[in-house]
Write a protein of this length. Structure first.
Length: 82
């Protein structure tokens, strides 16, 4: 497995962990949840949602790069009349 494929698999595993954490906290099964060295409590639902968004974006970028396409980025500029 190539490095980029392994990175994609790792990102998908992390996304799954964060989604599981969200489900357990939302369903009230647990009041706290641990991932590695991080302990999250029910008040950290905002952080969990941010992490899910991060990993979804990371997976999207890795899939885009794996397909050979360039990542499209919006740029902002200010036209000036000199």
């Amino acid at each position: 497995m190539t490095n980029s494929n392994q990175e994609l698999v790792d990102a998908q595993e992390m996304l799954k962990l964060w989604q599981d954490a969200e489900k357990k906290l939302a369903s009230g099964i647990v009041k706290s949840y641990a991932i590695g060295s991080r302990n999250l409590t029910y008040i950290d639902l905002k952080e969990i949602i941010e992490r899910i968004s991060y990993w979804e974006n990371k997976i999207k970028k890795l899939k885009t790069l794996a397909s050979g396409r360039k990542i499209r980025r919006a740029r902002r500029f200010i036209p000036r009349d000199l």
